[in-house]
Write a protein that binds this ligand. Structure first.
Ligand code: DC
Length: 216
């Protein structure tokens, strides 16, 4: 692909963004940036270091000394691959909390914009189309019913050995949706120029094709 393109893919948790984004990235031969993983990396560091997230001075100092990058499909925090460590329920909760802090958002949004400067990328998250990459060439907003999203997340977690009920996952999704859509800073919301895709009942192949068709 010669022309640089940036694809923004937003939507609530469990809508299937990361699976679709990886497929699109592989097909087009471009990089995939999972911005949720970046918030999870910060959450992981907060928990590991025992930091009190409400202590702004410590939070800022920690962020100044934090390096997050992606390489060959891995997320790297301060030089260490942390892929498997950031997908637990504990990290999910802390990511939701710390993503509401302006200090965290400023740091990560600035890193994300730099990642989109020099190469073609597909970036998924909550505020990509209407904040991080406002001028992206393509914008998509993926949704799915709460029940379907909870089921997908529950399968993912139980396959990893977590002992959690479907009802608890659904409640967790509802709470995260509430936090994501009502937080003061860059809440989740579809940008006017994004194409909306409801993935309820659609296969991964269907959704990947729908996006690729728009791009081609
Ligand atoms: O997509 P995810 O579940 O990995 O995201 C983890 C958390 O980070 C989630 O609570 C929403 C938040 N997030 C955000 O605020 N902005 C983004 N661009 C991506 C994720």
């Amino acid at each position: 692909m010669n022309k640089k393109i940036r694809i923004a893919l937003d939507g609530p948790s469990g809508a299937g963004k990361s699976t679709i984004a990886k497929n699109v990235a592989n097909t087009l031969g471009i990089d995939y940036i999972d911005t949720g993983a970046m918030y999870r990396a910060v959450a992981y560091k907060i928990i590991q270091s025992g930091l009190d997230v409400e202590n702004k001075r410590d939070l800022v100092e920690m962020l100044e000394n934090t390096d997050i990058d992606f390489s060959k499909g891995n997320i790297i925090l301060d030089g260490i691959i942390i892929n498997d460590k950031i997908r637990t329920s504990e990290i999910t909760k802390m990511a939701s909390i710390c993503s509401a802090y302006s200090e965290v958002r400023e740091k990560l949004v600035s890193l994300q914009r730099k990642m989109g400067q020099s190469k073609s990328i597909i970036m998924d998250g909550r505020d990509i189309g209407n904040n991080v990459l406002k001028d992206a060439e393509y914008k998509f907003f993926m949704t799915a019913s709460t029940k379907e999203r909870a089921k997908r997340r529950w399968i993912e977690l139980t396959e990893k050995g977590e002992n959690i009920t479907l009802e608890d996952v659904e409640e967790d999704i509802r709470q995260r949706d509430y936090k994501d859509t009502t937080r003061e800073l860059n809440p989740l919301c579809k940008s006017d120029d994004a194409i909306e895709i409801d993935t309820t009942g659609l296969s991964i192949e269907d959704v990947t094709k729908a996006i690729l068709d728009k791009i081609k």
